[in-house]
Design a protein around this ligand. Structure first.
Ligand code: NAD
Length: 483
C-alpha cells in the first residue's frame, strides 16, 4: 500500500490546486498525531468551482447524453471505489477513527449509492397531461444545474456519495464541500469522476472552513440547489442562505432517536441492536439509537444486557480493528469526545446513574468508554440533546401511550424503533411515532432504496430511495397548442 501523501489539495475544474485560505493539519483521532496537511479553499476558490460546474451545465455535456450513458458513468464511479476499497478504507479510518471493517462497510455503502442512482438515471420520466384535442401537454424533469453539497465528518465518503450519485444521475454538476476534519478520503471521489470520463468541472471537491468556504458555497448566486448534512445550527444558516437566493435545500440534521422495547421483546436478540445501534462509528451516527425506552418489567434485564455489551467492546485505534466483532474505534476528534464526556458528567449531576463507561480513556487519541446511563427521565438534557457519541440513555415506561409520548418528546424526529412480537402494537406505534423512518425489530433496517430524512428539527427533504431524485430536478410543463 502506498505511503500516505503529506499534502492534499482541492479538486476544482479538473485540476488539483492549493487554496486561498492556507493549510490545515488533519489529525488521526486514533493516535492524536498529525496525519497530513490539507489545502483550504476560500471564497474565491468556491467561486471558481461553482463557475466551472455552471459552465459544464450550460454546455449541455451532462444533459444532452442519453440518461443510460450518464447512469453508466455514475455506476462506474462506484466500481472504481470498490477496486480501491482497501486503500480508501485505510485512509478513512486514519482520518476519522472508525474501525477498519466499518470503513470498508462505508466504502461498500458509497459504491452502492453509485450503483443505485446510476440505475435510476434512465427511470426519471415525465408524464403527458390530457388537455383535449387542441393541445399536447407533457412534463420534463430538468436538473437545477449546480448542486452544492456540504458534508459532515461522521460518514464522509458515504454521505458525499449519497448526494453526488443522485446529483450526477439527474444531470447536475456538483460542488462538494467536505468537512475540514475528514477531507482526505473524498479525494477518491474526485479520482473516480476523472477515471470514468466525466467532463472537467462536472465534479468539484473542496475543503474549507464552514464559516468561510461553506458559507460562500451556500450563498453563491449560481448554485441551483443545496444538500446539507450536519448540525441543526448550521442547517438553519444554510436554509437562510438558500432562502436569500430562492433556491431549494435539503436538510439532513441530527436526531435523538428512541427504540421502544416492549415486555414481549427478545432481549437476547436486542443485544446485537445495541451494539449496532449506538456503538457503530462510536455513536456518531445521526440515526443512532441513543435512547432506549423499555417496559418497566424488563428494565433491569435490559440494563444488565446493555452494560454487558458496552463492557465487552474492545476499544482502540480503528486501524487495528480490521474484523467485524465486539470492537469500537476512536471518536472523530478530542473535542467531540470531550463534549460527550461532559454531557455524561452533567447527566450524573442531574440525577442519572452511569452504569458503565462515561470516562475519557487513558490512551492517546479521542477515545470514550462505551457508556450506558440509567435513571434517565424525559426532561433531562441527556434525553433531549444529541450526544453524538457512544452513550446510551435508558428510560422506563409503564403504558404503551407513555412510551410513544416519551419517544416523541424531543425536538428531533429522524428515526425510531419498536421491538415487540405483537404486530398490532408495532403498527400502532409506527403510525404514532413522529419520525421519518420507523424500524420494527431491527435498528437500521432498510437500505439505499428506502427514503431517509427527518421530521421536526431533524430536517426536511429525503435522501435515499426514489424520493431523493426529486431534490435534484425541477418540473417543466410544456403545453403545445395544436392547429
Ligand atoms: P456541522 O454542522 O458543524 O458541519 C457540517 C458541515 O457544514 C461541515 O462541512 C462544515 O464545514 C459545514 N459548515 C459549518 N458551518 C457552516 C456554515 N455557516 N455555512 C456552510 N457550511 C458550514 O456538523 P458536523 O459537526 O460536521 O456533524 C455532526 C452533526 O451532523 C450532528 O448533529 C449529526 O447528527 C448531524 N448529521 C446528520 C446526518 C443526517 O443524515 N441527518 C448525517 C451525519 C451527521
Amino acid at each position: 500500500m502506498a505511503a500516505l501523501k503529506s499534502r492534499w489539495q482541492n479538486y476544482i475544474d479538473g485540476g488539483w490546486i492549493d487554496g486561498g485560505a492556507g493549510w490545515l493539519e488533519v489529525i488521526n483521532p486514533g493516535t492524536g498525531e498529525k496525519l497530513a496537511d490539507q489545502a483550504l479553499a476560500d471564497a474565491g476558490d468556491v467561486d471558481r468551482a461553482v463557475r466551472a460546474a455552471k459552465r459544464v451545465h450550460d454546455s449541455g455535456a451532462l444533459t444532452a447524453m442519453r440518461p443510460v450513458e450518464r447512469g453508466r458513468m455514475v455506476q462506474a464511479m462506484g466500481l472504481y471505489l470498490l477496486d480501491n476499497i482497501e486503500e480508501i478504507a485505510r485512509l478513512l479510518t486514519l482520518e476519522q477513527g472508525k474501525p477498519l471493517h466499518e470503513a470498508r462497510g462505508e466504502i461498500t455503502g458509497a459504491a452502492r449509492y453509485f450503483e443505485y442512482y446510476g440505475n435510476q438515471a434512465e427511470t426519471l420520466e415525465g408524464r403527458s397531461i390530457p388537455l383535449g384535442a387542441g393541445y399536447f401537454d407533457f412534463t420534463e424533469n430538468e436538473p437545477y444545474g449546480v448542486s452544492a453539497q456540504i458534508i459532515p465528518w461522521n460518514f464522509p465518503v458515504e454521505i458525499a456519495a449519497r448526494s453526488l450519485s443522485a446529483g450526477l444521475a439527474t444531470g447536475n454538476a456538483v460542488v462538494i464541500k467536505t468537512s475540514e476534519m475528514t477531507p482526505l478520503s473524498s479525494a477518491w471521489l474526485a479520482r473516480a469522476a476523472e477515471v470514468v470520463g466525466l467532463p472537467k468541472g462536472a465534479v468539484n471537491i473542496l475543503t474549507g472552513l464552514g464559516s468561510e468556504a461553506g458559507a460562500a458555497l451556500a450563498s453563491h448566486p449560481e448554485v441551483g440547489q443545496i444538500v446539507f448534512t450536519g448540525s441543526v445550527a448550521t442547517g438553519i444558516a444554510i436554509a437562510k442562505a438558500a432562502a436569500a437566493n430562492v433556491v431549494p435545500c435539503v436538510l439532513e440534521l441530527g436526531g435523538k432517536s428512541a427504540a421502544i422495547v416492549h415486555q414481549d421483546a427478545d432481549l437476547q436478540a436486542f443485544e446485537a441492536e445495541i451494539k449496532r445501534g449506538i456503538f457503530t462509528n462510536a455513536g456518531q451516527v445521526c440515526s443512532a439509537m441513543s435512547r432506549v425506552i423499555v417496559h418497566e418489567s424488563r428494565h433491569d434485564e435490559l440494563l444488565e444486557r446493555a452494560a454487558s455489551v458496552a463492557r465487552s467492546l474492545s476499544v482502540g485505534p480503528g486501524i487495528d480493528r480490521a474484523e467485524a466483532g465486539l470492537n469500537m474505534g476512536a471518536m472523530a476528534s478530542e473535542a467531540q469526545r470531550d463534549r460527550a464526556a461532559d454531557m455524561v458528567r452533567a447527566a450524573e449531576q442531574a440525577g442519572a446513574r452511569v452504569i458503565t463507561g462515561g470516562r475519557r480513556m487513558n490512551i492517546p487519541g479521542a477515545f470514550l468508554e462505551p457508556t450506558v446511563i440509567a435513571d434517565v427521565t424525559p426532561d433531562m438534557p441527556i434525553a433531549q440533546d444529541e450526544v453524538f457519541g457512544p452513550v446510551l440513555s435508558v428510560l422506563k415506561f409503564t403504558h404503551e401511550e407513555e412510551s410513544i409520548k416519551i419517544a416523541n418528546g424531543t425536538e428531533y424526529g429522524l428515526v425510531a424503533g419498536v421491538f415487540t412480537r405483537d404486530l398490532n402494537r408495532a403498527t400502532r406505534a409506527a403510525r404514532q411515532l413522529k419520525a421519518g423512518q420507523v424500524f420494527v425489530n431491527q435498528w437500521f433496517a432498510g437500505g439505499v432504496e428506502t427514503p431517509f430524512g427527518g421530521y421536526g428539527k431533524s430536517g426536511y427533504g429525503r435522501e435515499k430511495g426514489r424520493e431523493a431524485l426529486w431534490n435534484y430536478v425541477q418540473t417543466k410543463n410544456v403545453a403545445i397548442r395544436l392547429e
